[in-house]
Design a binder for this molecule. Structure first.
Ligand SMILES: Cc1ncc(COP(=O)(O)O)c(C=O)c1O
Length: 468
């Protein structure tokens, strides 16, 4: 039974270097069932908040410096869908980073939008980098049809773009900037972490508070910071994309964030910063594994880096990301957030404890001693998987066409009717409407050979793909 399995996991000595950010360290003070109600008298209605929910959301907006903040109970996903829908007219064009989460692509599909993509540079350790402001400036200068700009910062890997400059450029063209800050809800509260996009001039900022703050899974917030996107239109779309039965347990969790940060934030963020400092110092001595740090990026690949996303690269040694992830779990009971081809990710939050960092550092030293140096291929796994693809038609056109199911090898030269992505991070490798080439087929073969199963395809074994 699921409940028993969750309880068993909770009792185990497995250390959670994964979401949610509360790390199972919070206590509601009551059983969740006792707090779980619907919109009864005195408890307001999230879809047209007039009472306690309005006050709670206004308190959050004041705390972060937004014009208006909205609690989201369907994750950042529904905030992204609503923000893009409100910013771009149906059939219009969005300038977006190609390393966006699938929710942004789903907004393109639902609103039949066209996309103009900017691609991030890949860093020396094969990590998708930042979006450069000049890329945005060039695209906006070349294409007057673009209605809004959408950037993810930080990325899942903690790479931050220069949002202040991107916002200035975007506003010079009179367009709104939407920032997917799903992984940066903890930004702006301590000098070790970058500034939030809210204080950098973005028009809408969406944050998954469940990822890096002590909030329940699915809890997220949307901050509206200007009138370049109309609040009434945004609210109409939130109404459409969000459950009509928002959970009061989730909302109660979100309502605790501001008082928690006010009373405990400084001490906890300082402790996190110190634990991270010590961890990066200890792990700087590894011979084969490499813990990625700010110095591994240059001006074009990261404007700033979030140190609470610990990335451990296996690029120069004889172990894959998957194998390292498995060894950390099986031998050391450390559950990491995810593995990619050549790195693993440990997600930290202000609820982490010193013990976790010490266990991870010690495990890495021991594993490192068992490894051998190995020449890394010139082009890394991420650079190969997320290479630019040729866009043939908009997503909605591609999805709604009549498709033919073809064996992967036979599909070369066709146009995809489906997504292909790895989850996590949920960034599409191939988008409906993109051209399939021989490189793509070898990418899928490589993913499978490395024990990673591509998602998005109807054929779960990823042997067939729908094309036209
Ligand atoms: C960059 C990014 N944006 C948005 C999302 C969606 O967030 P949520 O799971 O809160 O809906 C994710 C989820 O992992 C993500 O990685």
């Amino acid at each position: 039974m699921l409940l028993e399995r969750l309880q068993e996991y909770d009792r185990s000595d497995i250390y959670p270097f994964h979401m949610p950010g509360h790390k199972r360290q919070m206590d509601l003070g009551a059983d969740a069932y006792h707090l779980d109600i619907t919109e009864v008298e005195g408890f307001d209605n999230l879809h047209h908040a007039q009472g306690i929910l309005k006050e709670e959301q206004a308190r959050l907006a004041r705390y972060v410096g937004a014009d208006q903040s909205f609690f989201l109970v369907n994750g950042s996903t529904c905030g992204i869908l609503a923000a893009i829908s409100a910013a771009v007219p149906r059939g219009g064009k969005l300038l977006m980073a190609r390393n966006s989460h699938k929710a942004a692509y789903h907004a393109l599909f639902l609103r039949q939008l066209q996309a103009s993509y900017v691609y991030p540079q890949i860093s020396s350790f094969d990590i998708q980098g930042a979006i450069e402001p000049e890329q945005i400036a060039r695209a906006l200068a070349e294409d007057t049809e673009i209605a809004a700009v959408y950037v993810t910062s930080p990325t899942y890997d903690g790479v931050v773009s220069d949002i202040e400059l991107i916002a200035n450029i975007t506003h010079r063209y009179g367009k709104p900037l939407i920032v997917d800050e799903a992984h940066g809800a903890h930004f702006g509260f301590h000098p070790v972490f970058p500034k939030s996009a809210v204080s950098c001039g973005a028009d809408v900022v969406i944050q998954s508070v469940h990822k890096t703050l002590p909030a329940f899974t699915q809890s997220a917030v949307l901050h509206l910071c200007s009138d370049r996107i109309r609040a009434e239109v945004l609210e109409e779309y939130l109404d459409i994309y969000e459950s009509s039965s928002p959970s009061y347990v989730l909302m109660a969790g979100m309502s605790r964030l501001v008082p928690f940060l006010q009373t405990e934030g400084e001490a906890r963020f300082s402790a996190l910063a110190e634990n991270l400092r010590r961890f990066y110092e200890k792990s700087g001595k590894l011979q084969h594994l490499h813990v990625i740090r700010e110095e591994d990026f240059d001006r074009t690949t990261a404007f700033a880096r979030d140190p609470s996303k610990i990335l451990i690269s296996t690029r120069d040694c004889n172990i894959s990301g998957r194998q390292l992830y498995e060894r950390l779990l099986e031998e050391y009971h450390l559950q990491l957030e995810m593995c990619s081809g050549e790195y693993v990710t440990a997600l930290c939050s202000l609820m982490d404890e010193e013990e976790g960092f010490e266990r991870l550092a010690a495990a890495l030293v021991e594993i490192d001693d068992t490894l051998l140096r190995q020449q890394a291929p010139e082009q890394g796994f991420v650079a190969r998987m997320y290479r630019p693809r040729q866009q043939v038609c908009p997503i909605a056109d591609a999805v709604e066409r009549v498709h033919e199911t073809m064996a992967l090898e036979a599909s070369v030269g066709k146009v995809s009717g489906e997504y292909v992505y790895l989850y996590p991070p949920g960034i599409p490798i191939l988008v409906p409407g993109e051209h399939i080439d021989a490189g793509f087929v070898s990418d899928v073969r490589e993913m499978k050979a490395r024990g990673m199963m591509p998602e998005g395809l109807h054929d779960m074994r990823a042997e067939f793909i729908e094309v036209f």
